[in-house]
Design a protein around this ligand. Sequence first.
Ligand SMILES: [Zn+2]
Length: 315
Amino acid sequence: MVDINEVAENIFMLDDQLYSIPKWGSVYLINEKRKALVESGPATSAEVVIDGIRSIGVMAEDIAYIIVTHIHLDHAGGAGVLLRDMPQAQVVVHHKGARHLVYPEKLVSSMAKAQGKEALVRCGEVVPIEQERVQSVSDGDTIRLSDKQVLRFIDAPGHAPHELCIYESRNQGLFTGDAVAVSLSEGEVFLPFQPPPNFDLEQNNNTIKKLMEVKAKAIYYSHFGVSNKVEEDLQLALDKLQVWHDIVIQAINEGTFDSVAEKLIAQARAELEPLRKIEPLYDYVANIHLPLVAAGHIKYYQEKRGSPCNELEEG
Ligand SMILES: [Zn+2]
């Protein structure tokens, strides 16, 4: 039984049981005259997604768009598999990511390098998508799904250079992918998301500030669920990034940069207690996700500011 909720008018959230973990990955169905999925999930979630769509009463054959917020495999990796059941569908993606859906080899090897081969096993097969079925979009582009539902794409770099946020006009909500944060257990656990190899702190901060100007009424997170505390969440995302930044700056000033990963992981792990009620989610976030984002955060300083970061000053 797929966990499904109608989270706003004509918008359904499916728990895609990402990596077989409950309440970690959200896929959304926008059920208008023309129907769109936001995120495909990885191939290992494809069956759950198809079942979920059917139980909402929508035929997979009627899906017009699979929109991916970015091309990381947990968001887009299953699109090629889903297309087999969705003969009408186009995959909509940031123009910087489009090529990698057609030729996924580099995307797959980059994920293996950043996260290890186990990550590829968790995501499953990545089926290349025919060029004609990929529609690349840029900042400001729109797609009309019905008279009342127009989607507007917002360039949202930081987490990844190929990230988009999507504003939907019917409910004035915002699909943020991984651009803002990970919000788990109904916001009880709220973490920034800084993956290697391309996390950029400055761009992420600028993206969050840009999203503040949108004045959306809801955020639809990809990890996980919906929040109506938009302003509060966006400010919290900036504050949390600042906490991570301050820890790195302090380590550099103290000459302890070599051990900063442990400090970053420890401060975040202390906030995970509310996840204990979902043991697989706790285990994944504590033992796989946090070391990953600590590595991504640190890589930003090493690359942007020059290793070994001795000249980095606060400000
Ligand atoms: Zn991502």
